[in-house]
Design a protein around this ligand. Structure first.
Ligand SMILES: NC(=O)c1ccc[n+]([C@@H]2O[C@H](COP(=O)([O-])OP(=O)(O)OC[C@H]3O[C@@H](n4cnc5c(N)ncnc54)[C@H](O)[C@@H]3O)[C@@H](O)[C@H]2O)c1
Length: 363
């Protein structure tokens, strides 16, 4: 077991260092279509629907959005039954994004103004079930786009490092470059980026898209992506002291801690319309290989061992992806700034997992 006192101290220090968040307010119109004001005032809060909300990212985002806009202004939805702690913590609703009529009913009946579209089939799962990925990521996305356009919603859709491919520049990958991904996941995300941008310039839809790196979280499990190892390794380090990695030791990929990802999403959602030069932005935090991550974990858990047995499907996907994202436009246009680097990530993940998420959240 790791030195708990040292971890507690690091976690407390980290919690105390968080800068206060600034609040932006704006009302704007794009091509004659009303977009929604970002505001903290009581009468003017957005009503948010999150699709695919029971995945790795949705519950954490809902928690932050509820803190900001009120518990009942943020509705989680998914096609799965929520665990009790999610069900008891705020509105949850069944919503299959392939059911257009049901989606429209939810948006109308709940007076939804912002739609965060998280439902997706991720990279590794998508390669094993192309038909499902095509249906959820493309047909489902069309439903989201049409409903958002029909009802004048602000719609946020995450893209990914998987939207790039072997012919894209890799280190770093700029916002605008060749995008020829070789997975159905990547193809569907490029499609989403282009369709969203087209609806924005054609109809004035308030479409917003961030290309997330691999996201690392302690209290939610990844949903079948190529970067999943970077979450699983921490649980293995604490529980068994051994991890079998499904990527080669030198596979360098862009990654981000979930708190940075959630904050980026909230800040981008609230950014005034007129600062957004683009509708799709890269965001970057850190890049590392399994070997780098292992060394950093071994600074705390010196007996931790990793063996490598690369999965050919995941390795081929990872080999075609960026090593780092170039994100100066996000930093310049709407003030994006990451907080977690590799040492902080390792401290935080080991603290959460070692002490239990409940205790760690209390800091
Ligand atoms: N997690 C990451 O590292 C990462 C990185 C880049 C981009 N993203 C993107 O962020 C979003 C959220 O990612 P995540 O990691 O939480 O995904 P996840 O796989 O953990 O969760 C996706 C959710 O979508 C739901 N879903 C599947 N089919 C559905 C349908 N027909 N109707 C409604 N819901 C359905 C699933 O039940 C699941 O809960 C996705 O769009 C993903 O592409 C994630």
């Amino acid at each position: 077991m790791m030195p708990v006192v040292q971890l507690l101290r690091a976690a407390l220090k980290h919690a105390g260092n968080r800068p206060p968040r600034c609040v932006m307010q704006t009302t704007s119109a794009v091509h004659g279509v009303r977009t929604h004001a970002s505001s903290c005032t009581d009468g003017d809060k957005p009503k948010v629907l999150i699709t695919g909300g029971l995945g790795q990212l949705g519950v954490g985002l809902a928690k932050s959005l509820r803190r900001r806009f009120g518990k009942f202004n943020v509705i989680l939805s998914d096609i799965r039954k929520p665990p009790n702690h999610v069900y008891n913590n705020g509105p949850f609703i069944f919503s299959d994004i392939l059911d257009y009529k049901n989606l429209r009913e939810i948006v109308v009946n709940n007076n939804i103004s912002w739609l965060v579209h998280y439902s997706a089939v991720l990279s590794a799962v998508g390669e094993h079930n192309v038909a499902l990925a095509k249906e959820v990521n493309i047909t489902g996305f069309h439903n989201i786009l049409d409903i958002a356009n029909e009802h004048g919603l602000r719609v946020f859709v995450p893209s990914t490092i998987g939207a790039f491919g072997p012919s894209s520049p890799k280190d770093p990958t700029p916002d605008l470059c060749v995008q020829r991904p070789r997975t159905i996941y990547g193809v569907s995300k490029v499609h989403a980026e282009l369709m969203g941008e087209y609806y924005h310039q054609r109809y004035g839809l308030d479409f917003r898209c961030l290309r997330y790196p691999g996201i690392i979280s302690a209290d939610s499990q990844p949903g079948g992506g190529t970067t999943d190892y970077a979450v699983q390794i921490f649980h293995a380090a604490v529980k068994s002291g051994h991890f079998k990695c499904n990527l080669r030791s030198d596979t360098r990929l862009p990654m981000m801690y979930i708190d940075d990802c959630i904050r980026a999403t909230m800040e981008f959602l609230e950014a005034p319309d007129d600062v957004l030069v683009s509708r799709t932005y890269n965001i970057n935090a850190m890049s590392f290989t399994p070997q780098d991550l292992t060394c950093e974990i071994q600074k705390v858990l010196s007996d931790f061992k990793v063996t490598y047995n690369a999965d050919p499907v995941r390795q081929a996907i990872a080999d075609g992806w960026p090593k780092a994202l170039e994100d100066s436009a996000a930093r310049q246009d709407w003030g994006w700034k990451h907080e977690y680097d590799l040492p902080q990530l390792v401290q935080t993940m080991l603290t959460h997992i070692t002490l239990g998420n409940k205790l760690a959240r209390a800091f």
